[in-house]
Design a protein around this ligand. Structure first.
Ligand SMILES: [Fe+2]
Length: 301
């Protein structure tokens, strides 16, 4: 197999390998090391049926069956979840705006995703890209004083934060309290040690990160704003423009990503991805020691 780095921060293109056939152990070891070294791997021109895609992903660990949202599972293959602006049962898929803020997948849960894998089935003539940033590099480039300040801090990850309007995406959420019930806020350490590489890394998921535990609101806002700006510096990123049959996957423990709204949402030229999700280890904790107070109208307000 041929491994070509795509930027100095992250990303590598792997060619001369057919993911449809079972892989010998030495090839698997090379591929696995490339994944740990480059964080995002791109395999162009792969021809995989659903069984082959699932078999490849399963070598990394157990797969999500997407039971939380069965609507867009590929019929007969619950491990494959369809994302994009394609027509599904006569209407536009509700996954058309998935991932429109920087994030690490499922950081708002206590079992964040290990690997997210996208297999490109259709792509519009222009755009449909994904941006990735290395949060190893975000950590490494901080000053030593800042690193020691951040050590031990914990961050609240709240899915309601993700569902607030952003520049390109205006989700219409009617009931935030039911979102909170389904996905109660969780807490993760800000600085972690990657369990396989042993390197320190910022655990960044901008869209979900709502506050830093035990800081004042002002301190928390100020520090989060700095981290959000810092972690997506262009030098830390790679932006992938897909071709049909690209298979792309990444390590959510050290990568943030962003699904760019850089294409026309024309249903005749859809972006259509088959997504697989390799489950991660349990980590973090529920935010049960902080009381969340919902705004209510009172006589005094
Ligand atoms: Fe995502």
């Amino acid at each position: 197999m041929n491994i070509k780095p795509l930027t100095s921060a992250l990303g590598a293109e792997i060619t001369d390998i057919d993911l449809a056939v079972p892989m010998a152990e030495d090839d698997w070891a090379t591929l696995y090391k490339a994944w740990l070294d480059h964080l995002v791997l791109v395999f162009p021109d792969q021809h995989l049926n659903p069984e082959q895609q699932i078999a490849f992903a399963r070598r990394f660990g157990p797969l999500d069956d997407h039971h939380e949202d069965p609507t867009y599972r590929l019929p007969g293959y619950p491990e494959i979840y369809q994302i994009g602006n394609f027509i599904h049962n006569g209407e536009m898929a509700k996954t058309k705006d998935t991932g429109r803020k920087w994030h690490s997948d499922h950081s708002y849960t206590t079992r964040p995703t290990l690997i997210s894998m996208l297999y490109c089935k259709k792509i519009p003539p222009v755009g449909g890209s994904t941006m990735f940033s290395s949060t190893y590099m975000a950590y490494d480039t901080l000053s030593e004083k800042m690193k020691s300040m951040l050590e031990g801090l914990e961050v609240v990850h709240d899915f309601r934060n993700f569902l607030s309007p952003s520049f390109f995406w205006k989700p219409k959420v009617k009931d935030f309290s039911s979102i909170k019930e389904r996905f109660p806020p969780v807490v993760h350490p800000l600085v972690r040690t990657h369990p396989e590489t042993g390197k320190k890394v910022l655990y960044m998921s901008e869209g979900n990160m709502s506050s830093i535990v035990d800081l004042t609101d002002d301190e928390s806002r100020c520090l989060l704003d700095f981290l959000f700006m810092h972690a997506k510096r262009p030098e830390f990123t790679y932006r992938h423009f897909y071709k049909v049959n690209d298979l792309v996957f990444w390590d959510n423990r050290c990568v943030q990503h962003y699904a760019t709204a850089d294409y026309s949402h024309d249903a005749n030229n859809p972006r259509h991805m088959f997504r697989l999700t390799v489950l991660g280890q349990r980590s973090g904790r529920l935010l049960e020691d902080l009381r969340i107070v919902e705004p209510v109208q009172t006589a005094a307000s």
